[in-house]
Design a protein around this ligand. Structure first.
Ligand code: F0G
Length: 350
């Protein structure tokens, strides 16, 4: 069957009508990859929902096709977002596709190179502010409440509607919901969206159970875990460097209703999972994405899955190529030799 994006495919679950002009890049339908390595370590079947294979390289495209289509339907000409990088890349691409202006506020010096390149090449007006993501989001709220500009951060409910389709796809592939769903938590829109998706799919008869939602924040950017706003969040996983998540309450609801948890993982644990995914599974995801796997490994070590059966799905939210600097910084540069067979054979070990 021809795949034309998540709105086409899941229309009956989405607030669209025949009048909605669908702005799509054929997002969604991303692979659910079985991880034999993690399965052997954890003892339950582990699957990776590789969202880095969306058109702009992150899960944001699911929400953005909805947000931009609905903005277009309402006659909007300008959209705006605050971003740690991926939202801006996606907003810029979808806005470009339908001739809208896109304005993005980013924390100065703290977004990955690939994401900045994307927003720029799609002709967004990129404004770096001397502040963090939380400051940027407050400013976006201020501008969009006073001027004819549509906010496309995940406090826009259409974003959540689109993003919930990730859960639908998992159920479609597995034939049911998994027992556990692990996911990185930043502004907390995606955990909210997945939980909504699982509940709706079960209510519609496409799943008979619901997963426990396992959310993971970076240790020094873990407001939900610490139950306080973090004024100066820190982490190498810049995508989730957020101290005051917009969807804080609904993330807690997802955690509590599902009898799951929201925990923190250190930068060291994130980097270890990031390298392990690339080295053992051949899957290159950005550091923030690896927080879901880091969290599963942390829980495994603590005995959380002992005596449990079933499947764990980990959302890998963005592609590793978004942040090439971090890969090179942590792995190193290639060896340089003369263009001669001898040093090459020596390096190989022959
Ligand atoms: N992983 C990646 C790669 C992200 O870019 C984000 C959020 C998250 C996880 C967390 O998702 O915010 O729904 O809890 N990035 C936003 C952005 C904040 O601006 O691109 P969340």
């Amino acid at each position: 069957m021809k795949w034309s994006g998540i709105i086409q495919h899941y229309q009956r679950f989405l607030p669209v009508s025949a009048q909605t002009p669908i702005v799509s890049l054929n997002e969604g339908n991303t692979p659910l990859i079985f991880s034999s390595y993690l399965t052997s370590v954890v003892g339950l079947e582990v699957y990776l929902k590789y969202e880095g294979l969306n058109p702009t390289g992150s899960f944001k495209d699911r929400g953005m096709t909805m947000a931009i289509s609905k903005a277009k339907e309402a006659g909007a000409e300008v959209v705006m977002c605050a971003s740690t990088g991926n939202t801006s890349a996606s907003a810029a691409a979808y806005a470009a596709r339908c001739g809208m202006r896109c304005i993005v506020l980013i924390p100065d010096g703290h977004i990955a190179l690939g994401k900045l390149a994307q927003a720029m090449i799609h002709n967004a007006k990129v404004i770096a502010i001397q502040g963090n993501f939380d400051d940027a989001l407050n400013l976006v709220k201020e501008v969009t409440s006073q001027y004819p500009v549509t906010l496309v951060n995940s406090i826009n409910p259409f974003r959540i509607e689109g993003q919930k389709t990730g859960a639908f796809e998992i159920c479609d592939v597995l034939g049911n919901a998994p027992e556990f769903h692990a996911i990185p938590v930043g502004n907390a829109g995606n955990i909210t969206a997945y939980w909504k998706g699982y509940k709706e799919y079960k209510a519609a008869g496409f799943a008979t159970k619901l997963p426990k939602m396992l959310g993971f924040q970076a240790a020094k950017s873990a407001p939900i875990v610490e139950k306080r706003v973090i004024p100066h969040p820190e982490t190498i996983a810049t995508a989730i460097k957020i101290g005051n998540p917009a969807s804080w309450k609904s993330a807690e609801d997802a955690r509590d209703e599902s009898k799951g948890l929201i925990d923190a993982v250190t930068d060291e644990e994130i980097l270890a999972a990031y390298k392990l995914l690339a080295a053992h599974d051949g899957v290159f995801a950005e550091p923030a994405s690896a927080a879901s796997v880091a969290g599963v490994l942390k829980l495994h070590k603590a005995g959380y899955f002992k005596g449990q059966k079933g499947r764990i799905c980990c959302t890998l939210t963005g592609h590793g190529l978004k942040d090439p600097n971090i890969a090179i910084k942590n792995i190193g540069n290639p060896i340089s030799v003369k263009a001669d067979i001898h040093p090459i054979l020596k390096e190989i070990g022959f």
